[in-house]
Design a protein around this ligand. Structure first.
Ligand code: SF4
Length: 155
């Protein structure tokens, strides 16, 4: 009986051995060349940066706008302010094409991104600059920063 329990523990030890654990980081999915941007086309892959990051970290791709429930392709909006203003002051994000208020999608996506960071234990995020979600001053950038994740803007 005791021997079986020991074996089980040994097996679990092998399965969950974290001595070789590599630190996970979040990365904007589009930086990997995956076509998740609003226009549905591939963005330029940041090959050199990604190769450097892959040597040190496990990359966890996130696209907050897709996580928040937006389709691809989708409306392409600008943030006329900051993510902090969206979260604290009621600033709305409006799609210029059709006037739709898409704030909820951006906020939901940001929250799911933080949830993923917490699940995988990511303490850093490399996010694409110039996006209403992913920029360090975007909605996801702000939510991650508030959640203790260091956001690095990739311009
Ligand atoms: Fe890229 Fe972020 Fe925009 Fe998704 S939300 S397409 S990951 S910049």
């Amino acid at each position: 009986m005791a021997r079986n329990a020991n074996r089980r523990q040994e097996r679990q030890g092998r399965l969950f051995d974290d001595s070789t654990r590599v630190e996970p980081i979040l990365v904007s999915t589009c930086l990997l060349g995956i076509p998740c941007r609003w226009h549905g086309r591939r963005a330029k892959k940041r090959g050199e940066l990604i190769e450097r990051l892959k040597k040190r970290y496990v990359l966890v791709p996130i696209c907050p706008e897709q996580l928040g429930g937006m389709p691809t392709p989708r409306t392409g909006e600008m943030l006329h302010g900051t993510g902090a203003q969206v979260l604290d002051e009621g600033l709305r994000i409006i799609a210029p094409e059709n006037g739709q208020d898409v704030t909820r999608f951006h906020v939901d996506g940001a929250r799911y991104a933080l949830e993923i960071a917490e699940i995988v234990g990511a303490k850093r995020a490399y996010l694409k600059g110039g996006s209403p979600s992913c920029d360090r001053e975007g909605v996801t950038g702000e939510v991650l920063t508030r959640g203790g994740v260091k956001v690095i803007r990739v311009g």
